[in-house]
Design a protein around this ligand. Structure first.
Ligand code: PBG
Length: 327
């Protein structure tokens, strides 16, 4: 048969397939999220996220050792306090759980890049991401608290802060307070495009951060919207964001593409807890190959345009990238 163009010619050999790959991935673009809870000597399983654990500040170094061994250079810390209050004051306490964890971790792993999630929902008694005025989250009164939280993380050793609360103006408020305190070199990774998502379910179980009433639709984005993602990202760029995040990842690959091609900032995508749990559940039920699902979904996010992937599979992916299984 006369067929001049045969795409299959480039697929016939594994060396050739990897030669002509369009998407290259590397462990340096992975961020591993970790949960630190108050206490001592704690290493506990998280039932909603099989394979993930909560650590107390003193046991966190055991896990950080594994993270480094796997070839992951960067982690994102989430704090789980024992005491909560209306304001979420544990978030910016000098002796808060994330602050303690940072001090210990930075001492033992000075080269591991540490990002902190900046939000109040794990620290407020009502579980919302800001302080309340009646039943509403009060945007403007929340901003100084988020800024204080970010500053306290940086003072404890954070290399980068990542606000995830979705209050308007928070990137600017955080930038201003960091600069006033001489931290103009600390970058902000903004959760610029964060949708109100059912995919956060397992995380809220893990962090004990589910809202006590209502939901987060008054501040997180409506998943029907794409142009609004550009608007949100543009606002954060103006306020001094250094990197933009889209979250969740899997159901929002069009948004990842849109943000990465519209803005010149690095784009991160967060493959959230529900995405992790879905893969774990499917594999456990014998419905699909776990490694196959992990690799394909991760590469899909990079192919969509992400420069950075935040994922609970970071350690596994880093290892497989080094082995050449993907990459
Ligand atoms: C805090 C925060 C959440 C996640 C990251 N930061 C939960 C939420 O907004 O309800 C979710 C991460 C995940 O599901 O893996 N606001």
């Amino acid at each position: 048969m006369e067929l001049l163009i045969r795409p299959r010619r480039l697929r016939g050999n594994p060396a050739l397939r990897s030669m002509v790959r369009e998407t290259r991935v590397s462990p340096s673009s992975l961020i591993y999220p970790l949960f630190v809870r108050e206490g001592q000597g704690v290493i506990e399983d998280i039932p909603s996220l099989e394979g993930q654990k909560r650590y107390s500040p003193d046991t966190l170094p055991f896990e950080l050792e594994q993270v480094c061994k796997a070839g992951v250079n960067s982690v994102m810390l989430f704090g789980i306090p024992t005491q909560k209050d209306e304001q979420g004051s544990g978030a910016w306490s000098e002796h808060g759980v994330v602050q303690q964890a940072l001090q210990i971790a930075k001492r033992e792993f000075p080269h591991l890049y540490m990002i902190t999630d900046v939000c109040l929902c794990e620290y407020t008694s009502h579980g919302h991401c800001g302080i309340l005025c009646g039943d509403r989250v009060d945007n403007d009164r929340t901003l100084p608290l988020l800024a204080k939280t970010a500053l306290s993380h940086v003072q404890a050793g954070a290399d980068m802060v990542a606000p995830s609360d979705m209050m308007d103006g928070r990137v600017g408020a955080i930038r201003a307070l960091l600069d006033q305190n001489g931290h103009e070199d600390i970058p902000i990774l903004s959760y610029a495009v964060k949708y109100a998502s059912a995919f956060y379910g397992p995380f809220r179980e893990a962090a004990g951060s589910a809202p006590a009433f209502g939901n987060r639709k008054g501040y997180q984005m409506d998943y029907h919207n794409r142009k609004e993602a550009v608007k949100e990202a543009a606002l954060d760029v103006k306020q001094g964001a250094d990197m933009l995040m889209v979250k969740p990842a899997l159901s929002y690959l069009d948004v990842v593409r849109e943000i990465s091609s519209t803005f010149s900032l690095p784009t991160a995508a967060y493959s959230v807890s529900g995405e992790y749990a879905m893969i774990k559940a499917a594999a456990k039920a014998g419905l699909a190959d776990e490694i196959g699902l992990i690799c394909e979904t991760a590469v899909g996010v990079f192919r969509a345009g992400a420069d950075v992937l935040i994922t609970y599979f970071a350690k596994e992916l880093a290892q497989w990238m080094q082995e050449g299984r993907i990459g």
